[in-house]
Design a protein around this ligand. Sequence first.
Ligand code: GDP
Ligand code: MG
Length: 296
Amino acid sequence: ADSYVGFDTITSQIEHKLLKRGFQFNVIVVGQTGLGKSTLINTIFASHLIDSKGRLEADEPVRQTTEIHPVSHVVVEHGVRLRLNIVDTPGYGDQVNNENCWDPIVKYIKDQHSAYLRKELTAMRDRHIQDTRIHCCLFFINPTGHSLRPIDIIVMKKLSEVVNVVPVIAKSDSLTLEEREAFKLKIKAELDYHSIRLYPFDTEDNDEEEIQLNARIRNMIPFAVVGSEKNILIDGKTVRGRKNRWGVVNVEDEKHCEFVYLRNFLTRTHLQDLIETTAQIHYEAFRSKQLLALKE
Ligand code: GDP
Ligand code: MG
């Protein structure tokens, strides 16, 4: 009767180990200056930050980014530690001559792979390696309502070859709901036309539930978002929102924008998969190429 061995405790053993170590999640934000990149990041994570007061860039308000700039934060929720690296990039494509303006961003991403590979080759097998590989690239699209700029298509293509790219329609409160839907379809058609392969990818070991979830996410991408660092009062409740001459936008209201869907996707449904996909697809591709080159 007493044949219980106890290996079912492995899940809590793993959990204990992982919780102690915490999770590392690295995000890069790309897009023109002024599209609300810093604001959106703050809207997603700032309320949970324990190591800085309020704004992620507390000491440098609305600073215009001139270089690729990683900032580390620790976010804690119910005892789970998330070490968050946010990498801000200079608004690319702001210049008159945008030739190769994506190079520094692609190089930054590859440099992190390279650093990881170096540590992997030298570190002791079981020692934990500090991971700066970029797990997600939030790509901000100007809410023009027309179409993507040629430069956006080129940059998204380049980026999608090295990192999980998640496009968002920035400041979507500037579009009507009809304009927003039409713009989305237009963007999807363009991405399709240019064969830009975006995250999430389906793999053989996805089950039916995961396949459906991914299809829903793909259908929603690009997320039409609104960010705000201000709390406003709606029906006696304080919410993140924007007030303009015509009324208020409640960032967390699905009828107003898709911020909540993006946040759920990033933090609740796909955090682990973004991390795994980075290691298994993007890093692995980099690694095998490098190791091949070494042999030659
Ligand atoms: P960044 O240069 O891309 O980092 O842009 P910022 O986050 O600094 O935002 C630039 C300006 O746009 C600020 O005045 C923000 O308050 C405003 N802004 C940010 N997000 C939104 C949004 O979703 N809608 C609108 N209407 N304005 C926004
Ligand atoms: Mg910024």
